[in-house]
Unconditional design. Structure first.
Length: 111
């Protein structure tokens, strides 16, 4: 499991992508769609159309990592945005990769 420090940002592409590509394809998607620098040390998260797979691109200072996860059942709950990307905190990223909801629900607390 990836541990996300407080300094690292997690940027999630909200539109599905073709995950057959690896380093170079994801690098290009970060530049084109997420409008960020892949060598920044942030985590960049992508999913497929069925939302049962995800890939994370990460620069550790000496090279790029591509981490993948495939769900055997169910789907990832994916955030939505008109901008095509969403920034998550470390705990939200952890919830996302474990299949939990990552968006706040209105009136979730008791009164």
């Amino acid at each position: 499991m990836l541990n996300v420090s407080g300094a690292a940002r997690v940027l999630v592409a909200t539109t599905p992508v073709d995950l057959r590509g690896s380093f170079n394809r994801l690098y290009g998607l970060v530049v084109e769609r997420l409008l960020d620098d892949p060598l920044s040390g942030h985590l960049f998260v992508f999913t497929n159309r069925r939302r049962n797979r995800l890939k994370v691109l990460y620069w550790d200072g000496s090279g790029l990592w591509v981490c993948a996860k495939r769900l055997e059942q169910g789907r990832f709950t994916w955030p939505a945005s008109d901008q095509g990307r969403v920034s998550l905190r470390g705990e939200e990223f952890s919830a996302l990769v474990h299949g939990l909801e990552v968006h706040a629900k209105k009136d979730w607390y008791r009164r």
